[in-house]
Design a protein around this ligand. Structure first.
Ligand code: PMP
Length: 407
């Protein structure tokens, strides 16, 4: 079979030496048909694939890129640390400085611990909550993504029932269901683990109601259990102090990653005084968890996010995109459903239960030079300027027109 593109050639080679051709959420099979699998680079709000195509990027590397690809000040800071030494016998002073910056930035935080991936952070939160309470049960929303290890993986392949023995599910935003799950945990409730908003794949996004967020807090308080906010995906995009600041609800523990260092590998757990002792007693570690460069990158990233008032900027750009898409969709006779916070949007077509129209639209949009996702929430970065949004809207207009001709 002869490959017609560099992407196809790499896919063929990958299928021989990488199980399934690629693993996890960036596996070839999960990418919409005719989407590129392999990329060469990015700059600002644009990414380039291995065949030389460039796209206005609305996935931002699935979240990490919040200041745009290759942010110069972030990379300069990180490269400076790499030249001195990144992976050493112990952490650099930047671990302390970053922890101080997070404690200043995040109202509930009295301390911070660092890891590499979001899964490391959510898993550490669960471990710390169990250590703090001496209990086992963790209550989580059904269908929520908290990582890819046996206690939380969305796949049951290779996972045992025992791995899930102490996980109890409830329906997001449903206080009755939450209360039932907490009752089932009884005196063994260690904590409620909840995402900033409902962002399950292939489903309309849903913000928490203020009442639901407050109920999570109240039920934890009544049971002396820990409220854990999984801010891995939404953190630093909705509010720099934590996504539930807008509801006035503070968690005991939060998991952060993705946007924390603009693409440099880092995750964090933050927590309050009540869990400081437990956090000092658990054993959580990793060979690369102390590396200096990503922490330097995080300090520069968070400084820029503050200086730009990034959540508000992203909200405005996201709203411009949302309003423009609504107008263009209706111009071409399509009814679209736009959900989620403007900073992390999802676009669906009414009645498109199998996402066939959404995928066809995204394919047309890709041809017109914008990289969208039909099923997963998308992400904006501060490198998306008004002119980029308007250029994306022109491309979307052509994609709607092409779609209209086909249906
Ligand atoms: N929690 C949430 C809400 C996430 O979105 C993700 C990643 N998509 C994770 C946890 C896991 O993070 P990672 O893939 O970095 O392990």
């Amino acid at each position: 079979l002869a490959a017609r593109t560099s992407d196809e050639a790499l896919r063929l080679r990958a299928s021989a030496v990488i199980p399934g051709g690629m693993w996890g959420h960036q596996r070839a099979a999960a990418v919409p048909h005719r989407y590129p699998q392999f990329f060469v680079g990015g700059k600002g709000c644009r990414v380039s694939d291995v065949d030389g195509n460039s796209y206005i990027d609305f996935m931002c590397s699935w979240g990490p890129i919040v200041l745009g690809h290759q942010n110069e000040a972030v990379n300069r800071a990180a490269y400076g640390q790499i030249e001195q030494g990144d992976c050493l016998n112990g952490p650099t002073r930047h671990a302390v400085e970053l922890a101080e910056l997070l404690v200043e930035t995040i109202p509930h935080a009295a301390w911070a611990l660092f890891q590499k991936n979001g899964t490391d952070a959510t898993t550490a939160c669960v471990t710390i909550a169990r250590a703090a309470t001496g209990r086992r049960k963790i209550v989580v929303a059904k269908g929520a993504y908290h990582g890819a290890v046996p206690w939380c993986s969305p796949s049951l392949v290779g996972v045992t029932q025992e791995d899930r023995a102490h996980i109890i599910e409830f329906a997001f935003n449903n206080i009755t269901s939450l209360r039932e799950a907490v009752d089932r945990a009884g005196s063994d409730l260690a904590g409620i683990l909840v995402s900033s908003f409902r962002h399950d794949i292939s489903r309309t996004l849903e913000m928490p109601t203020p009442e639901f967020a407050q109920a999570c807090r109240d039920l934890c308080d009544a049971a002396d259990a820990m409220l854990i906010l999984d801010d891995v995906r939404a953190g630093f995009r909705l509010h720099l102090g934590g996504s539930w600041e807008v509801y006035g609800v503070q968690p005991d523990l939060s998991a952060w990653s993705k946007a924390i260092a603009n693409g440099w590998p880092l995750a964090a757990v933050t927590g309050g005084e009540s869990v400081r002792d437990a956090a000092s007693r658990v054993f959580v570690t990793g060979s690369f968890w102390y590396a200096g460069a990503p922490m330097v990158a995080a300090i520069e990233t968070i400084r820029q996010l503050h200086a730009l008032d990034a959540p508000e900027y992203l909200r405005r750009m996201g709203q411009r995109l949302r309003d423009g898409l609504a107008e263009r969709a209706s111009r071409h006779g399509f009814e679209i459903i736009q959900s989620g916070p403007p900073q992390m949007p999802l676009v669906q077509f009414a009645g498109d239960d199998d996402f066939a129209i959404g995928e066809a639209f995204c394919r047309e949009a890709l041809r017109q030079g914008i990289y969208l996702h039909p099923r997963h929430n998308m992400f904006l970065s501060t490198a998306h300027g008004q002119a980029d949004i308007d250029e994306a809207l022109d491309a979307a207009d052509k994609a709607f027109a092409a779609l209209a001709r086909r249906t």
